[in-house]
Structure formats: C-alpha cells, structure tokens
Design a protein around this ligand. Structure first.
Ligand code: NAD
Length: 289
C-alpha cells in the first residue's frame, strides 16, 4: 500500500517541490494529494511531474480558509485514509504596524494560523481512528523569534508553534507524530506573494521618518539575506524526507543554522534583552550613521 500524503499550498515554493519529490519517488512509495487554492496555477506542478503515472499524484482545489473545500478534499481521498498531512500554505505580511489594516492582519492569521489548525482539525478524527499518522508543518524562524516589521506574521507563526506543541503532547498517545520543519529564508515565491507595504506606498505618508528609515534598512537587509543566504526548496524537501522516513520523528527540524544564534539566545538569555539587541544590530546597524 502506498503512503497517502496530503500537502497544502502546492502551486509554488516548498509545497510544490515536496509534492514533486514525493510523487516522483523512484519506489512509488507515495500517493500525493497536492492541494492548492487556485487550480488555475496547477500548470507549474504538472510541468515538473511530466511523464509520471497518474497513480502517484492527484491535484485538488483546497483553500485552507474554506472549511467546505477541506471537507470536499477529504471526501475525495480514494484510499479513505491519510498517513501524512503536510500543512504548508502560508503568506507573509510586511510593513510598519501602524499602516496594516485590520483586514490584512485578519487575512494572515486566517491563513497561517486558523488555516493550519482547521486543516489539522478536519483530518484528526480519522488519523486518531487509524492509530497512526504524521502531521508536518512548515515552520519559520519567524515563529521562534521576532523580526521587525513582521509583527503579525511572527504572531501567526509563533501561534502555530503553540498549537503544534500542544497537539504533539496529546497525539503521541495516538501514535501520531507532529513535526515542525523550521525554515529560514527559502528561495520561493514567498517574497512575491507576501503582502508588503512598498516604500512608495501612500499609506506610508502618515508614518514618522524614523520608522521609515528603519523600514528602508530592513528591506535592504531582507533583500540581501534572500540573495545571499536563502536555501533552495530542494534543501527543505530533504529535511521533510528525514522527518517522513524517521521511525521516531523529532518535534522540530531545523533546515539551516543561519538564524540559530537567536533561537539559542532565547534559551541561554531568557530575559530577552540580548536577543532583541542582537537582532536590531544585525538588521539596522550596518548602515547606521
Ligand atoms: P510560496 O508563496 O511560494 O508558497 C505558499 C503557498 O501557499 C502558495 O502556493 C500559496 O498559493 C499558498 N496559499 C496561500 N494562501 C492559501 C490558502 N488560503 N489556501 C491554500 N493555499 C494557500 O512560499 P513558500 O516559501 O513556499 O511558503 C510555504 C510555507 O513556508 C509558508 O507557510 C511560509 O510561511 C513558510 N516559510 C517560508 C519561508 C521563505 O523564506 N520562503 C521561510 C520560513 C517559512
């Protein structure tokens, strides 16, 4: 029997690469349900899996914020079983907090936090009944320590950490392993897809000049980090495979050590001041006059 895997957010990035890797596994071990919010975007995935047998891949529409679409997908799993659920869909939100609208903040929390929780919730009863399963979640360094101008994104990713850790404690009693794959910067469409306040945006006219100059520095830092230190999705997929193939998966996997000093500092310097100072220096001090 094939291992049945469902992945969210497969039209691009990490989700797409993972779907391609698992669906094209030489041993045909996996049956992949690659889901995406907008099926018009399935060409890229189809392109990457060209020539594959249909038996390893099915592409289905699923918006993690739309419960009905999740239920519909659940009904279309022909194996009537889910071995591995990968909650990967997510979006970013970047800019001074003062200019974020309630709607845009809600949207991020709805996709990243409630979308993840609602997806897990939907498949939980059958996984519990099966007495086995794995839940893998694409985590972020933004879920482990703060980044300026990413308050709501980090809040959503911190929240995902809390939800997963809480679930992991319970689900071990059902032989269900929960794992977070903690990513630093990855070369994907993330920066294109995220909701970002651009420097020329009219909403910034009301923002004070000090914040604006810091935001400008942040954006430069962000560009250079993504240009110089971002991982490729293949590197992330390898870590997913480690977790999938391990008989006793860990709760957290780190894909890169780039940001780990900050994660370390949270433990070694629990009062937080050193971590906050170091992050500020890293991002803002380079061009400080
Ligand atoms: P991406 O933008 O290429 O992929 C995100 C996918 O999620 C897209 O296919 C998008 O269509 C999908 N999506 C968005 N809203 C959705 C919804 N409501 N329902 C279903 N799908 C939806 O970027 P990515 O880097 O591949 O992102 C995947 C995950 O990795 C996200 O959770 C992101 O937060 C996380 N992550 C990314 C990075 C990075 O630097 N790229 C770093 C850390 C964590």
């Amino acid at each position: 029997d094939k291992t049945v895997v469902l992945i969210t957010g497969c039209s691009s990035g990490i989700g797409l690469s993972l779907a391609v890797r698992l669906a094209s596994d030489p041993d045909r071990t996996y049956k992949v349900y690659a889901t995406m919010r907008n099926l018009d975007k399935k060409e890229r995935l189809l392109e990457c899996v060209k020539g594959l047998h249909k038996e390893t891949l099915d592409i289905l529409q699923m918006d993690v914020t739309d419960r009905q679409s999740i239920l519909t997908v659940r009904g279309r799993i022909v194996e009537k079983r889910l071995d591995i659920l990968v909650c990967n869909a997510g979006v970013g939100l970047m800019g001074p907090l003062e200019v974020q609208t309630l709607d845009s903040m809600r949207r991020i929390l709805e996709v990243n936090l409630l979308g993840t929780i609602q997806t897990i919730q939907t498949f939980l009863p059958e996984m519990k009944a099966q007495g086995q399963g794995r839940i893998l979640v694409t985590g972020s360094s933004g879920g482990l320590h703060g980044f300026p101008f990413n308050e709501v994104y980090c809040a959503s990713k911190f929240a995902v950490e809390g939800a997963c850790e809480s679930l992991a404690i319970l689900l071990q009693h059902f032989n269900i392993h929960v794992s977070l794959i903690e990513c630093g910067p990855v070369n994907t469409d993330f920066l294109v897809n995220l909701q970002k306040v651009e420097l020329g945006d009219t909403s910034l006219q009301e923002v004070d000049s000090h914040t604006l100059s810091l935001y400008e520095k942040y954006l430069q830092h962000c560009d250079s980090i993504f240009q110089n230190a971002a991982q490729d999705t293949e590197d992330i997929v390898k870590v997913f495979l480690d977790a999938i193939q391990s008989p006793t998966p860990a709760f957290r996997y780190f894909t890169s050590s780039v940001m780990s000093p900050f994660t370390q500092m949270k433990i070694t310097e629990p009062d937080g001041s050193q971590c906050i100072r170091a992050m500020s220096e890293l991002i803002f001090s380079a061009e400080e006059q």
